[in-house]
Design a protein around this ligand. Structure first.
Ligand code: HEC
Length: 728
């Protein structure tokens, strides 16, 4: 395994439980109304009041509104350039890290890859305990987008984690021992959990992922004390359109079933609609509001060939009663989704002046993959406004009065003729959380442009429980391409931090990054915006105008969002680093820099600190072929096709990896037929998440892939992207 951890939980060291209230906090007059929670008593009421206790960071998005806005303002525009490293902690893993650090009682709870949970002294970084749920390599290989995890929830002495293999577990917050463990999914299906659980009253909410691989989405609520299922809401119909005995039965019977035909692959591929990320709680309306993902399969001609229904609740924002899970309202961002347009992106609640004569109205906002920024009424789901937040969009020309997209018919017909879609499946905004600052009135979006050629492939639907989207992942890729091709592709990949005015529905400022896939965002009452980049820099911007005020190289691509807290009168900014996730794995070609796996770290900053950021791990990879080019054009074309169907989503398109998972072009194992077969067909690296593909490939196909891979390594030499092997 790439990670080496002390298995047993370390003894819990005693910490001072009282947190000194800091002078830098903007407090209302009656301070006593807002008790700072302790590990032992933290509950849903504390999270409802979390905006008033900014010295602690209690839940994924900071508060139930998930604005990722902190009232702390000791670190401000004048002194932010004095930020230095207070401490760092080595997560000892080499895959993507997406977690938001949770902090209370002087302890930080953070997750790394493989769903490992770490409890650290938030002031010193000292390790208190580590819990490794031992996710198997087989389960690790089920994910679309790396073995990542977005963090934990805390409730009355418990730390709750969603484990990649579908478990939901409550740990003793002091020791890391498991209190209860519940399997939330059917293990015979390729479900995975990457999202952070949310605790609402006495229930913990969790969804799952797997829509590319053929699953049926749902979100569940479990008793936070026992782990028993309280309610479940499915997002696509029961395959026989029968009741499931779930909270969603009524709305399916009365409305949702009719939006699906009676045949098609949705019946066996689950329809998708996974709730893999955003779940918020609207305390005013007592609603749980969650974002629903894309379709399975993507191709609607295969999924639901009869009729032209909207396929509820794909790509929707859905509100249910917090206690019962019963349907309240939904808003579908992309009816009859066929573009991988998830609406799982950050949901944020706010009071905006969008009512009659500018009166405040409670709204829910989202900037989903499809490129439109939506403002909805939080009580009813009614569409208030929506505008494209991207400069270039090919799939739709706008929204109608009800917020329904006006689709480009050519985009709709990609399932017949193909189409270059913008945004592509990576989205105009992915999971990297946006933030909203009520002082500036701006939302800060990690936005991006990633075009994608969508080309139908009705036969792609042949690999049970692997990527079955009804599209051609090898579309238009020749086995040999001219020099400059990679640069040509990369120039269309863009990433920016976008400050968006949700009332006027227009951009206020934007900062360009070197590419897509940049980190989530934090904003503070001193009008700062913090964001990490794919280039490994943590940056502080002026929230009003986007001026860069401070930056520090973290020596690792950053995709996670920062959080902030205060102990003994000092404000800290915490970020988990660790390059990986969907962009890094699926679009290696979009990342020309990294060639070695990073090791994740937690890096914590405060004013005047002088610590060091850990060094970049030594790059032992020599970018040159390790064996001969072999095989004719026909063999390589077969290899390309099989590579695209089976390997590309982890090892990268065109066999260009972003470094998280080995670049097969430079591997000695690609040059050695026997070793290759032991891995690819024999499963020799299964424990590390590289499973056997013998169910999907015969020996000739495995060898054809190897021919294609070796061909790509020599093509890189020919095109000047790699060195000739040394003859010494
Ligand atoms: C779900 C993600 C995933 C998919 C899909 C995948 N791999 Fe891998 N592969 C990995 C991981 C992770 C490793 C690194 C394992 C380790 O650390 O030992 C790896 C390693 C390898 C290695 C060893 C490389 C080295 O230098 O250590 C080979 C060879 C390989 N994969 C071939 C393939 C082929 C061929 C396919 C398609 C048939 C494929 N992989 C599909 C995740 C994947």
């Amino acid at each position: 395994m790439k990670f080496i951890l002390s298995g047993a939980a370390l003894a819990f060291s005693v910490l001072a439980f009282s947190i000194v209230l800091t002078g830098c906090v903007d407090k209302p007059e009656d301070k006593t109304t807002y008790d700072v929670p302790t590990l032992a008593n933290i509950n849903s009421e504390h999270i409802a009041n979390a905006a008033n206790t900014p010295e602690v960071w209690l839940s994924y998005g900071g508060t139930y509104d998930e604005q990722r806005f902190s009232r702390l303002k000791q670190i401000n525009q004048e002194n932010v350039n004095a930020l230095g490293v207070a401490w760092t902690y080595d997560l000892q893993t080499s895959r993507g890290v997406e977690a938001t650090p949770i902090v209370l009682d002087g302890i930080m709870y953070v997750t790394g890859s493989w769903s490992i949970v770490y409890a650290l002294d938030a002031k010193t970084g000292e390790e208190l305990w580590v819990y490794n749920p031992e996710v198997s390599g087989e389960d690790a290989a089920k994910g679309c987008c790396d073995v990542i995890n977005r963090g934990v929830a805390v409730h009355e002495g418990k730390v709750i984690v969603g484990v990649f293999d579908g478990r939901l577990e409550a740990l003793n917050a002091k020791t890391g021992d498991v209190i209860w463990s519940t399997l939330t999914v059917d293990k015979s299906m390729p479900y995975t959990i990457t999202g952070a659980p949310r605790v609402v009253k006495d229930k913990v909410l969790i969804g799952n992922g797997g829509a590319e691989l053929g699953v049926r989405g749902f979100v569940s609520a479990y008793d936070v004390n026992t782990g028993e299922l309280a309610w479940r809401f499915y997002t696509t119909p029961n395959p026989d359109k029968k009741p499931d005995g779930a909270a969603s039965d009524d709305i399916f019977a009365s409305a949702a079933n009719d939006t699906w035909g009676d045949s098609g692959k949705w019946k066996t591929e689950g329809g998708g609609g996974t709730v893999w990320d955003s779940i918020i709680y609207d305390t005013v309306n007592d609603s749980v509001i969650f974002g629903v993902g894309n379709a399975s399969p993507w191709n609607s001609d295969i999924r639901d060939p009869e009729g032209n229904g909207d396929n509820f609740f794909l790509s929707s924002i859905v509100a249910v009663d917090a206690d019962t899970g019963k349907y309240k309202w939904h808003f579908q961002t992309t009816p009859r989704d066929q573009y991988d347009f998830t609406a799982t992106q950050s949901l944020i609640l706010a009071d905006l002046p969008v009512g009659a004569k500018g009166a405040l109205r409670r709204v829910v906002m989202q900037a989903p993959k499809n490129g439109f920024y939506y403002v909805l009424d939080a009580a009813s789901g009614a569409f208030i406004s929506g505008k494209p937040f991207v400069d270039l969009m090919t799939w739709a020309t706008g929204l109608d009065a009800n917020g329904r997209p006006i689709e480009n018919p050519e985009a709709r017909n990609w399932t017949k003729n193909g189409f270059i879609n913008i945004p592509g499946p990576m989205g105009a905004h992915n999971w990297h959380p946006m933030a909203y600052n009520p002082q500036t009135g701006l939302a800060y979006i990690p936005a991006q442009q990633v075009p994608q050629a969508l080309v139908p492939n009705l036969k792609s639907n042949t690999n049970p429980k692997r990527w079955n989207i009804g599209g051609d992942l090898a579309a238009g890729v020749p086995p040999v391409f001219p020099k400059g091709t990679l640069d040509f592709i990369r120039k269309d990949f863009k990433g920016n931090l976008l400050a968006w005015d949700p009332v006027k529905q227009e951009a206020r400022w934007s900062v360009e990054h070197s590419g897509p896939g940049n980190g989530g965002v934090l904003t503070t009452a001193s009008n700062l915006v913090f964001q990490g980049t794919i280039d490994g820099e943590l940056v502080a911007y002026n929230a009003e105008n986007g001026d860069k005020l401070w930056g520090k190289q973290a020596n690792s691509g950053v995709v996670a969002p920062p959080s902030t807290y205060s102990i003994d009168g000092e404000q800290y900014i915490a970020i988990a680093t660790g390059w990986g996730g969907g962009w890094a794995l699926n679009y290696g070609v979009g990342w020309p820099k990294a060639v070695v796996p990073d090791v994740g770290h937690v890096i914590v900053f405060k004013l005047g600190a002088i610590g060091e950021v850990p060094d970049i791990p030594e790059n032992g990879v020599v970018m040159s072929p390790k064996g001969n080019d072999f095989g004719g054009a026909e063999m390589k074309t077969l290899g390309l096709r099989k590579y695209a169907e089976n390997c590309m989503v982890c090892h990268g398109p065109l066999v260009v990896s972003s470094g998280v998972i080995p670049d097969l072009r430079w591997s000695y194992l690609s040059a050695d037929k026997e070793a290759w077969n032991e891995i690819v067909l024999g499963g020799a690296l299964t424990d590390n998440g590289m499973v056997s593909f013998s169910k999907y490939l015969n020996a000739d196909e495995a060898e054809a892939i190897r021919a294609y891979v070796m061909g790509q390594s020599w093509l890189a030499v020919a095109n000047g992207d790699a060195k000739e092997p040394s003859t010494e």
